[in-house]
Design a protein around this ligand. Sequence first.
Ligand SMILES: Nc1ncnc2c1ncn2[C@@H]1O[C@H](COP(=O)(O)OP(=O)(O)OP(=O)(O)O)[C@@H](O)[C@H]1O
Length: 582
Amino acid sequence: MVIRRLLQYLNPHRKALAVAMTLLLAATAAEVAGPLLIKVFIDDYLTPGIFDQQALFTLGVTYLLLHVASAILMYFQLFSFQRIAHWVIQELRMDVFGKVQHLGLSFFDKRPGGALISRITNDTEAIKDLFVSVLSTFVQNTVMITGIFVVLFILDARLAFFCLFLLPFVVGLMVLYQKLSYPVFRTVRQKLSDLNAKLSESIQGMNVIQAFRQQARLLRQFEQTNHEHYQANMKSTKLNGLLLRPAVDLLYLLALMIVLSFFGFNLGESAMQIGVLYAFINLLARMFEPVNQMMQQLTFLQQAVVSAGRVFELLDEQELAPTKKGDGESNPSITEGRIVFDQVTFSYDGHTDVLKNISFAAEPGQTVALVGHTGSGKTSITNLLMRFYEAQQGAITIDGYPLSAFSEGELRSKLGLVLQDPFLFVGDVKENIRLHNPAVSDEDVKEAARFVQADSFIEKLPHGYDELIGERGATFSSGQRQLLSFARTMAQRPKVLILDEATASVDTETEEKIQEALQRMRHGRTTIAIAHRLSTIQDADLILVLHRGEIVERGTHQELLALNGLYHKMYLLQQGVKETTG
Ligand SMILES: Nc1ncnc2c1ncn2[C@@H]1O[C@H](COP(=O)(O)OP(=O)(O)OP(=O)(O)O)[C@@H](O)[C@H]1O
């Protein structure tokens, strides 16, 4: 099943595969022909004592040429198989990565990043051997074994027939190995994946680890996983040591016993028998070499099967990001930006509702602010609006169309999301604003930067808009990252803004710039803003106060203050904090 699916990846390379196989067979033939020439030399020349110089010279040269040809052919067949293997792995990796990009965020909530990386890199790498050595070894050795059996049948059909009974044992041994080693290899891959997950988590959180002196604890954890990986590996080594070579050697002994007892019983029947006996024993020894080689390859085959299983699991993952529903014909676009939530109830895990009966409307150009204690559901509302997750009940519409009617492109380009912790890509400033969108010109990039007043700091950088940004933009301050992400959002010219207000404290000057930029960005655009500081959203058209997933108060700043409820309390609390700290 898994193997068949893996082999399907060879379909586009059938021609190259045929070439590789031909090269392999030619190389094998050249290799086998060598001993045949030696046989001719011994039987026809050496033994009878004929030393025909011309003939011997031809024989010698042919032998040499065959050797050279075999070496050259071997090189090319190896090269061809390797090339095909690399093609397949490349395709497989692209498939997996392409798939991962379309998985829903709920999928990533549950899986550590490192474990995913492990599947895309290590697991696909383990599949490579299947196409490089397993496939060619099996083809080559099957040909060899068939050839040997043909000769055996020619020598003595009856005896050869008995030897044929060995084959089911060989196959049985292979099946047994497959059965026993599957769980072992699966554990090995799982542990390797765990190792990667641990590593990736540690690297991402290195500042916290060092700041809180967590090194020893993490080292212990890593050591534990590393040890489990070692144990799983030792298990597989034991299994290999037991089942691969020794078991085959045992079979070989069995074969020898069959042949010897056969000759023992039939002794004296014919004078020719000693020669045949010698040939049989010799050929049997030769036959078990390919069997051994195939058994050795079983390890790689099994690893490939296990890894492929893990890769296919990911490829078959159903937890996809929500996509457009309904007929593809109608492609509504967002023109006004009127957002309506109607009785929306949502749960991440299907058990606990984190949003309950949320209803509100944001008219075009209005700002709706979401406030509430931590965990009250503010981010969840924006997650639903961005369609990162789908609500279980109720409806969310933009300009009268349900969210599911919009294509992903339309939705994501018209909804400008500004996150608390802006993610910057490796690249330069320009591309981080443009996000490689060809529709955004250099001038647009600069205009967007000017609009959010990021231009002054960008222009002061040694390379201006071409300044390189390292991973996650670690070399920029959080205020600068924030402004860059504003520029990025504005370069897309969104109709709707979704703001997750930054809680990180920046200096007063940057703070002012950020607030000014936000004011400008909000102007004329429907905005859904998550606010932690109530002072920044006092001018909002509608403020929704959330508490445990429900809207408990709604109104403008003044109306809410007059209510004397939760908002009022929060406001006073923040005022108090300001007075004591300021
Ligand atoms: N990806 C997730 N999977 C499962 N539960 C989640 C997920 N994200 C948030 N939650 C839960 O949903 C509830 C609401 O979280 P949400 O992030 O919407 O709150 P919030 O009001 O934005 O909080 P904050 O002000 O701290 O950002 C919380 O109880 C949280 O534990």
